[in-house]
Design a protein around this ligand. Structure first.
Ligand code: GDP
Ligand code: IMO
Ligand code: MG
Length: 423
């Protein structure tokens, strides 16, 4: 197995950071390939909790090399801050982190425009993380972006910032927002150069070489299948392809390099931000899930919306990504909650649907539930499959039956040790 991809199968925050950390001991190179600092990946080691936004979660393992690939949108100020925070927490990453010269830069006006566009959308706001993600990917697609490699030629960089900044300020003014000072934007970005210069390289060439040398590479997806700009609940999505295809394009590795796709799903479902959520709960059950699961955003601190596991959406995510194995996360959160349920299919205008619909039909879904019963206490009770309580085993069997993917990992807590590998 030389190249594996790990993707979120829901609306993000599935527990990708934990699983990447657990896998990183058997992986040499961990790559972020899409998204930006909208991601918040949590790794808990002993009494230390690290939240990673741009740096791959695998770097907590000291022998690994982290790569921020060409498909990531990079806020240079945030990246330097994150590297320094990790160093302060005893994780030295500088000499084993590479940053793609092709990655696009998130600059001051991208963040200002993210806010301005959300305000302009009013009641239709998407609930973005305000990290400048949409405006940066828009600039990339409209071919007016500024890339990490441009930082290495400060004079040309400053000229480009003046040019683009002038245009963006006209847009900000039209939306009734204050301009950003292009000189300050350029200064701020260039101040990161001393820290970032040693990291900037052609990561595509590096990864192709590593692959040719059969080194074990893990592509760490950010966000999740249902936030994918093509396959997700558009327009309530992020601006990148969180799909496994985005991980390939965003790293430069060819599709045939991929040996294995691991999908990550919670044993229930959450979503942060606006948009359809067919299995969403209301009232005390939702609050109970949020409290037990500590469902508050790792990037923005916002409360996450909570609901039952949605097998229609999960099957769609597994099939579109070609997922081989599933890591089922946060199953401990369901212990003691009372009888748990899953959504087995949808009813839309009286018709049964097993395929995940696009667009406005999602707003009209009546979820059809199957109650599985309560999950008995088992946390800390060993680490073999047979020790899982019956209702949890039923849930695993149902997921495997619906998705045809194997549930190879059941996570029963945030710690590394709270991970059950199914043989
Ligand atoms: P990511 O964005 O997919 O990496 O997920 P986040 O880090 O945003 O959110 C997952 C949260 O759940 C983090 O606080 C993790 O520490 C925590 N977590 C991960 N796995 C488990 C688990 O099996 N049980 C519990 N109780 N918490 C978990
Ligand atoms: P990780 O990698 C959960 C959501 C935002 C919003 C929508 C668009 O930690 O799983 P954006 O700022 O990307 O333009 O916001 O996408 N979102 C996430 N939700 N986890 C994430 O990342 C997310 N990244 C973006 O809440 O609804
Ligand atoms: Mg997260």
């Amino acid at each position: 197995m030389s190249v594996s991809a790990l993707v979120g199968l829901q609306w993000g925050d599935e527990g990708k950071g934990k699983i990447v950390d657990v896998l990183s001991r058997s992986v040499e190179i961990i790559v972020r390939a899409q998204g930006g600092a909208n991601a918040g990946h949590t790794v808990k080691v002993g009494d230390k909790t690290h939240i990673l936004h741009l740096v791959p979660s695998g770097v907590i393992e000291p022998r690994s090399v982290g790569v921020i690939g060409n498909g990531v949108v990079v806020d240079p100020v945030q990246l330097v801050k994150e590297i320094k925070n990790l160093e302060a927490a005893g994780v030295a990453v500088r000499n084993r982190l590479l940053l793609s010269d092709r990655a696009h830069l998130v600059l001051g006006w991208h963040k200002a425009l993210d806010v301005a566009l959300e305000v302009a959308r009013g009641a239709q706001a998407l609930g973005t993380t305000k990290r400048g993600i949409g405006p940066t990917y828009s600039d990339k697609a409209s071919r007016s972006g500024i890339r990490v490699g441009d930082l290495l030629r400060p004079d040309q960089f400053r000229a480009r910032v003046r040019e683009e900044g002038g245009l963006r300020n006209r847009l900000l003014a039209a939306l009734g927002h204050a301009p950003v000072d292009p000189e300050a934007v350029a200064d701020e970005a260039l101040q990161t150069l001393d820290d970032l210069r040693p990291l900037i390289t052609d990561t595509v060439a590096f990864l192709l070489q590593a692959h040719a040398a059969d080194r074990h590479i893990l592509l760490e997806g950010a966000q999740g299948a249902l936030l994918d700009v093509d396959l997700g609940t558009y327009p309530f999505v992020t601006s990148s392809n969180c799909h496994v295809g985005g991980l390939l394009a965003g790293s430069g590795l060819p599709p045939r390099a991929l040996d294995r796709v691991l999908g990550v799903s919670k044993a229930y479902c959450t979503r942060v931000g606006a948009g359809p959520f067919p299995s969403e709960l209301q009232g005390p059950l939702e609050s109970a899930l949020r409290e037990r699961g500590r469902e508050f955003g790792a990037t923005t601190g916002r409360p996450r919306r909570c609901g039952w596991l949605d097998l229609v959406a999960l099957r769609y995510a597994v099939l579109t990504n070609g997922v081989d194995e599933i890591a089922l996360m946060k199953s401990d959160v369901l212990v003691g909650l009372g009888p748990i349920s899953v959504v087995t299919h949808y009813r839309i205008d009286g018709q049964v649907h097993r395929d995940f619909p696009a667009g406005e039909a999602l707003g009209r879904v009546e979820p059809v539930l199957r109650e599985l019963g309560p999950i008995e206490d088992f946390v800390g009770r060993g680490s073999t499959e047979t020790e899982l309580p019956r209702v949890l085993r039923d849930l695993v069997a149902l997921i495997e039956d619906e998705t045809r993917a194997r549930v190879s990992v059941v996570s029963v807590g945030p710690e590394r040790s709270q991970t059950i590998f199914r043989s």
